[in-house]
Design a protein. Sequence first.
Length: 370
Amino acid sequence: MTDTDRQHMRHALSLAARGLGRVWPNPAVGCVIVNDGRVVGRGRTVDGGRPHAETQALAVAGHQAAGATVYVTLEPCAHQGQTPPCVDALISAGVGRVVIACGDPDPRVAGKGIEKLKKAGIPVTTNFLDDEAQELQKGFLSRVRLGRPTLTLKLGMTLDGRIATASGESQWITGPDARRDVHRLRSSHDAVLIGAGTARTDDPMLTVRGFGNVPQPIRVVASRHLRLLDQSQLMATASETPVWLICGDDAAQTDVAETWRANGAEIIPVDTQNGQIAPRALLSALGSKGITRVFCEGGGTLGASLLAEGCVDDLVVFTAGKLLGAEGQPGVGALGLSALSDAPEFELVSVQRIGNDVRHHWRRPVTVAD
């Protein structure tokens, strides 16, 4: 493969990235069609998940797709769903070659798209820039393989790891540039998750603001007993922007649950663990509803439970140049560790200055279980 091939595939990957947080439960796919060295068509999976990237790019390319090379970030689908198979559209267009970044583990696809292209006499190159493609698709791949979405835990802390004063004052630890970056991160995830304590203390909206009219993530609150504010911004807007409440089985049958339902929220009961919502049950429930990427914004107790259970895939920490001392509230709740070797460990991905704050991006090392 040549540098030109890499350039075109990275073009396709950049298109796919624009669909993150917008296309679930489908994967965010990008497609570029090149004929005689010139890009004649390109597209990504449309917001909402349909049409798919390949059909979008083919519509742009028209007759110029005949004999062209197609660069696509995920194996084209080969099954009849709400739309015809993309592989059939590529064959019908008479494309000359298909370059695929990574395979699709969905049992309805899983090699069938590649096989069908080859049977039609179309040369296929697979696993091209596979690592980059898998990183981009990891939420979708996790949902298909493990039944759960990937989860990014965001923390905004002082230099000494505090998220609020002893009295609970937390607005604002970080500056406006960091807060804008948080909205950008929200927009690239399917759902935003908080715990009941954060919901009661901050009464947040959890919407993406400052980026125009963009698709909004599902707003999720984990609350074992549904001990939430009687009147809140989430309840007031639940009929406009979806709110899902994760709770225990018993809480799902209460008058409080019915009040939330009447205001447009969806109640999702899950298993509990040690009297609290089981983190893996929470993520499995979200995965079963098609969520592929979750952005968790706290608080400390929920973050600690997710870390303790190995459910945090990415950790994004915004650090402000402030100190609150030992009396301040810690960014992460108790983990119950007795040995340093038991501490959750992450690998550094990047460090970037955001205004007057610093953003660290850490990633959980891949294990055999992944």
